[in-house]
Unconditional design. Structure first.
Length: 283
């Protein structure tokens, strides 16, 4: 499998492509990473250095990949943190060009814009561009609950309202939706859930909620789910593998006492997930 991944990059720590590439490689995926920013570290530290990559430069890199004849062999395009506003057009154009070369390719959009705790942390125009321009051309999206609510103009809370929001998102274009954090009030205390839905149904998986938030975990989740879904065609199977892998990564990171994801140290969790979390069908 080959994935064109258009995301941010950091030198210190693991977010964006710096979180997604290695886990994908560890499960046997060839990744073509294209950077939208090249920062020293993620913005959660409050200070960082390095440039936003100009949209025309991102487009040039993608064009160079196309000129090498790579597009017919690309199975999926994955996008995450966009950086500047003009990246949306670059991504939409790249998706169209890859799909023209390989009609079986899918586009997975991680609509990175914020979360319920900190609100939006991207430029104000980007959520609007994601909603109106990027998400409608996606086959698969991986929002958290906050992002799902923004995209659909809803307030997902319990399972029924979250499924309703997912249906609205699917009506926008993408047929497959992974909600990466479902925090419904009636869930078992001390747990966190993910929900995946496609034309075959909807499934939810429950894991313990660890007492910390690791930047980049959503990027790993989106990458692994995209690869597993593209390989199996099963939302339930992709959800089971992804949940087990990401929980193993987070558990190992917590045990280390480090702030940054222990991405390399936890590599066995990607290659051989323990499958300790099985989804249950909710529709």
């Amino acid at each position: 499998m080959k994935i064109l991944s258009i995301q941010s990059a950091v030198a210190y720590g693991h977010v964006g492509n710096s979180a997604a590439v290695f886990p994908l490689q560890r499960i046997g995926v060839e990744v073509l990473p294209v950077y939208t920013v090249n920062f020293s570290n993620h913005t959660g530290y409050g200070a960082w250095r390095g440039p936003l990559i100009a949209p025309e430069d991102v487009r040039e890199v993608i064009t160079g990949i196309e000129e090498r004849g790579a597009f017919p062999g690309i199975d999926a395009i994955l996008s995450g943190y966009q950086g500047s506003e003009g990246i949306a057009d670059v991504i939409v154009d790249a998706v169209a060009r890859v799909k023209a070369a390989n009609p079986d390719a899918i586009y997975a959009c991680d609509p990175v814009m914020g979360n319920a705790t900190s609100g939006c942390f991207v430029a104000p125009a980007i959520p609007v561009l994601l909603r109106d321009k990027v998400v409608p051309v996606a086959d698969l999206i991986t929002p958290n609950q906050f992002e799902l609510g923004y995209l659909t103009g809803t307030e997902p809370g319990d399972l029924a309202s979250t499924l309703e929001s997912v249906d609205r998102a699917r009506d926008m274009g993408p047929r497959t939706v992974l909600v990466t954090s479902v925090e419904r009030p009636d869930r078992e205390e001390g747990t966190l859930e993910m929900l995946a839905a496609d034309d075959q149904g909807a499934w939810i998986v429950t894991t313990p909620q660890l007492p910390f938030k690791a930047n980049g975990s959503g990027d790993v989740t989106a990458a692994l789910f995209t690869a597993h879904y593209r390989a199996t065609g099963s939302a339930a199977e992709a959800l089971a593998r992804t949940a087990s892998s990401v929980f193993g990564l987070l558990e190992q990171t917590l045990a280390s006492g480090e702030r940054e994801l222990q991405l390399v140290e936890a590599q066995e969790h990607y290659a051989n997930p323990r499958r300790e979390f099985e989804p249950r069908q909710v529709r």
